[in-house]
Design a protein around this ligand. Structure first.
Ligand SMILES: *[C@@H]1O[C@H](CO)[C@@H](O)[C@H](O)[C@H]1NC(C)=O
Ligand SMILES: *[C@@H]1O[C@H](CO)[C@@H](O)[C@H](O)[C@H]1NC(C)=O
Ligand SMILES: CC(=O)N[C@H]1CO[C@H](CO)[C@@H](O)[C@@H]1O
Length: 330
């Protein structure tokens, strides 16, 4: 187990601490744990650094069985804590200011101050920490993308559906994969179109509309599915649907036409029919702070607004989904 700081790394094994600078063991090391980290026991399972302000003071968190020790690097004091909901960690890891405890091939994300685990954990590590291998396995054509309109950061929080799987990019770039079946039981498999509005996911499959309240887990609303014709005022199936930031309009693409549906109006009806610029059809589309992305196969095209999309006469620059939406290098 180790703790890194720039070019410096501390490793702990049995009862010894090894300190490396630029990959070379520093003079005087290894030293006893009791000398470098007084109050910390031998034979530890895991350690992770926790700098201020993520922990109250610059600290190292040590794990041994179900005991957890916060070691304050400056005052050299030890505080023993009980992290009740946390399993025993065999390894611990800090990434993008988030803390992960691994136990076997499962992991849990925890709050370093309290040890609380929020959300659906433990999760399968292999599904989360191997992003591009996962992506290439799911190379089949994208059928759907939806964006959460209630975003907590400028990052696009979106889900990307291929066949029976969907990939989700959220929480500061974490890429996760699940089956539609596991998280959206009522749907069984892929949907034609999906959009998110006021913390609900609207999924369209043929002429049925399914609505889920966003959460862990997502909950399917009673009374659904209902006919798309009644709920959105347009005949299914449709190809894509999206809501742009701060608007109450669902933009619906069907064939080579685009429609607007005012979500606050009842009964809802599809109006403002217009062409989708240079495209004959699309697989899906999404809208975020930067504008609209139209996705066809593994490529996407960007437009600053729906207006510019429908007015476009020629294809804009083509972008790769894997490279530019998922940060893979292939
Ligand atoms: C942080 O450091 C200050 C000063 O050394 C100390 O008084 C305080 O108790 C420490 N806080 C924690 C949570 O260890
Ligand atoms: C966690 O560690 C404690 C010892 O600190 C041990 O008694 C317990 O069995 C461990 N739990 C698991 C699930 O391994
Ligand atoms: C969704 C999420 O976890 N957002 C966090 C991303 O990281 C910033 C700073 O690192 C946090 O402030 C956000 O809460």
């Amino acid at each position: 187990l180790d703790r890194c700081k720039g070019l410096e790394m501390d490793a702990v094994a049995d009862n010894k601490v090894f300190s490396f600078y630029k990959h070379k063991l520093e003079a005087g090391y290894p030293k006893d744990i009791s000398e470098v980290f007084p109050g910390i026991p031998n034979d530890l399972d895991a350690a992770v650094e926790c700098p201020h302000p993520e922990c109250a003071n610059d600290s190292v968190i040590f794990f041994k069985g179900d005991e957890i020790y916060h070691y304050d690097l400056k005052s050299k004091t030890v505080e023993e804590k009980e992290f009740k909901s946390m399993p025993n960690c065999t390894s611990a890891f800090r990434f993008m200011e988030h803390y992960y405890c691994f136990h076997g091939h499962m992991f849990s994300k925890f709050d370093p101050k309290t040890g609380e685990v929020h959300g659906k954990y433990p999760k399968e590590a292999r599904d989360y920490f191997m992003r591009c291998s996962k992506f290439s396995k799911l190379k089949s054509k994208v059928s759907n993308v939806w964006l959460h309109t209630q975003r907590s950061s400028e990052l696009d929080l979106f889900s990307y559906v291929t066949g029976h799987h969907y990939l989700r990019k959220d929480d500061n770039d974490t890429l996760t994969s699940d089956t539609i079946e596991s998280d959206f039981k009522e749907l069984h498999s892929e949907v034609d179109a999906a959009f998110s509005y006021e913390n609900h996911l609207y999924m369209v499959k043929n002429n049925d509309l399914y609505v889920y309240r966003v959460g862990e887990p997502h909950t399917h609303l009673d009374g659904y599915p209902k006919p798309v014709t009644e709920e959105l005022g347009i005949e299914g199936p449709i190809d894509a649907a999206f809501v742009c930031e701060d608007h109450h309009i669902a933009h619906i693409i069907k064939g080579n036409q685009m429609y607007d549906v005012e979500l606050k109006v009842t009964p809802r009806k599809a109006g403002n029919e217009r062409p989708i610029g240079p495209f004959k059809r699309v697989d899906t589309a999404m809208c975020g702070p930067g504008g609209v992305k139209v996705i066809i196969g593994n490529h996407f095209y960007h437009f600053d607004s729906t207006k510019l999309l429908s007015a476009a006469r020629s294809l804009p620059e083509q972008h790769k989904v894997s490279l530019e939406l998922f940060g893979c290098d292939h």
